[in-house]
Design a protein around this ligand. Structure first.
Ligand code: FAD
Ligand code: SIN
Length: 517
């Protein structure tokens, strides 16, 4: 029987990473992961574009990544959190609290993941979003790898069908966590299994608590409260994203930050068979990172497809039908993965046609207009490719890496700077209708760079940490694609290590005391 217990609420990437890191840091610690769903993974398992990490091979640097993140955040990001996400700790600090996107990438690769595909998403000045070349969607692959490692830790238990309903300090400074164990669990803390047992109320005492419950982008009620203007939009989130951590943290005295900062992703697939559905499959940004174009109802481009999400969303919303066409050529499809496109085709979200002209017919636009638009785009894409090739050759000659960094000047009237391939008009193209969808909560529980949850007075709460989408302040007004999985992995590791160190340290951490990182 372990001497100390850490409870982690939520088993998405943030919760699982926290559990793994805490269990590895302190074997005398029992880590209990409580998950309300029958399966682990949350929205993390749905992630489809990738995870960000500084990508030196692509000309990236911590300063460039940091600048992109801060710029996208529009002045609202907490720069200390951005620094924690991006900047590699010194060797000594890394071994104590290893974090940063690069450390997180290595941590994940060490679990056997191949994250060698790197694309450039909107608002990034270099490619730095990593994903797997084959197999399931990147989020599922990440969750499966971390879950497998967690299950190998003898000091972790994952209990599914366990919905946490309360959290409070007990008289002795420990925490009492109340949860409802659902229908399919056999007995408290035994993990899911059996059937037919009535729900049971359980209270568990612990020495530390990590909130990793995700966001509230599936809660119409919370959206109506914090962002009524987007509450009517469809969502990409699973129904479990109901912001439970906000109430649980609130009960402990946590401070909330930027709750009105809700991200509307520009491209949810419109299912022709169910166009008004309140939940939509996401048309991943990786499609645009692989060269997909956005077209209006006359077949013309109208926005920089790789602008930040707020910009692309506003441009699509301004369209007469508040939606747009997305078109991907054969070169982009090969990069993106025809297998995944085939999945979307099987769901009738994407249609593959034999040529751009057939694409025009499918979209109901004038073929001459579309072909002219694609020719103009191809000219710019070819020029960009030639320049990139020349720059790479020059860098190779002098033995340096091209420091991408600074944004090049826009090449066209939409402001587009980065082009990722041409559209061969005589080869197959993939076409889909897309519209803006509620996607992500940038606000949430306020945390410090050591993942400690801050109370109303700005001091850290005693032994409470948070990681992942439940926390707020990192992304400001607009999250960059790929930065959520990065946040989960980085701050999950930070939270796990900080919690384990605080709990097993012989010197008890007093309320308000800072854990040195
Ligand atoms: P989650 O993964 O949502 O996990 C939270 C878990 O907590 C859930 O399993 C939930 O059931 C559980 N929980 C909640 N309340 C309770 C409770 N009361 N008791 C017990 N358990 C509870 N981001 C990227 O960076 N890159 C991408 O490519 C990307 N693609 C995405 C695609 C889709 C379709 C979606 C919806 C999001 C995507 N995101 C992406 C965003 C990213 O996936 C999420 O923001 C991130 O995974 C959140 O991780 P998390 O661990 O904080 O929360
Ligand atoms: C996407 O695939 O477009 C989502 C990526 C993200 O939310 O970071």
């Amino acid at each position: 029987m372990a001497d100390h217990r850490l409870v982690v609420i939520g088993s998405g990437l943030a919760g699982l990473t926290t559990a793994l890191e805490a269990a590895r840091t302190a074997t005398a610690l029992e880590v209990l992961v409580l998950e309300k769903n029958p399966q682990v993974g949350g929205n993390s398992a749905k992630a489809s574009s990738g995870i960000n990490a500084v990508n030196p091979a692509g000309g990236d640097s911590p300063a460039t990544y940091s600048d992109d993140t801060l710029q996208s955040g529009g002045g609202l990001s907490d720069s200390r959190l951005v620094e924690r996400l991006v900047v590699r700790a010194s060797a000594a600090r890394a071994s104590a609290f290893g974090a940063s996107s690069e450390d997180a990438l290595r941590f994940l690769e060490a679990l056997g993941l191949d994250l060698s595909v790197v694309v450039q998403l909107g608002g990034h000045s270099v490619p730095r979003t990593h994903s797997n070349p084959s197999g399931p969607n990147v989020g599922f692959a990440l969750v499966r790898a971390v879950e497998t490692a967690v299950r190998q830790q003898p000091n972790v238990r994952i209990v599914t069908n366990a919905k946490v309903t309360s959290a409070a300090y007990s008289a002795d400074g420990r925490l009492a966590v109340g949860y409802t164990l659902g229908l399919v669990a056999t007995k408290p803390d035994s993990g899911s299994g059996g059937v037919g047992v009535a729900p049971e109320e359980v209270t568990v005492l612990c020495d530390g608590l990590v909130l990793a419950t995700g966001g509230f982008a599936a809660s119409r009620e919370m959206l109506a409260r914090y962002r009524p203007d987007v509450a009517g939009l469809p969502t990409t989130n699973g129904p479990w994203a109901t912001g439970d951590g906000v109430a649980l943290g609130g009960a402990l005295g946590a401070r909330l930050v930027q709750m009105d900062q809700v991200q509307v992703h520009p491209t949810g697939f419109v299912d022709p068979g169910d166009p008004d559905s309140g939940t939509k499959f996401l048309a991943p940004e990786k499609l645009r990172g692989c060269g997909a174009l956005l077209l209006d109802d006359s077949g013309r481009r109208f926005v920089d497809e790789l602008a930040t999400r707020d910009v692309v969303t506003a441009a699509i919303t301004a369209q007469p039908r508040h939606s747009a066409w997305l078109l991907l050529g054969a070169q982009g499809a090969a990069r993106y993965g025809e297998g995944t496109l085939g999945f979307y085709s099987s769901k009738k979200l994407v249609t593959k046609v034999e040529s751009a002209e057939a694409g025009a017919q499918h979209m109901g636009v004038d073929a001459a207009v579309l072909l002219q638009e694609l020719a103009a785009h191809n000219t710019l894409a070819d020029a960009a490719a030639a320049e990139a090739e020349a720059a790479a050759a020059a860098a190779a000659r002098v033995g340096t890496v091209d420091q991408g960094g600074a944004h090049p000047p826009p090449r066209d009237v939409t402001g587009k700077r980065y082009f990722h391939g041409r559209v061969d008009v005589n080869a197959p193209v993939w076409v889909a209708r897309v519209m803006p969808v509620v996607h992500y909560c940038m606000g949430g529980i306020q945390t410090r760079p050591d993942a400690a949850v801050l109370g109303q007075d700005g001091a850290p709460l005693h032994r409470v940490w948070a990681a992942g989408e439940v926390s707020g302040g990192l992304h400001g007004r607009n999250r960059l694609g790929g930065n959520s999985l990065a946040e989960c992995a980085v701050f999950g590791r930070v939270a796990g290590r900080a919690a384990a160190a605080a709990i097993v340290s012989s010197t008890p951490v007093a309320a308000g005391q800072q854990v040195a990182l």
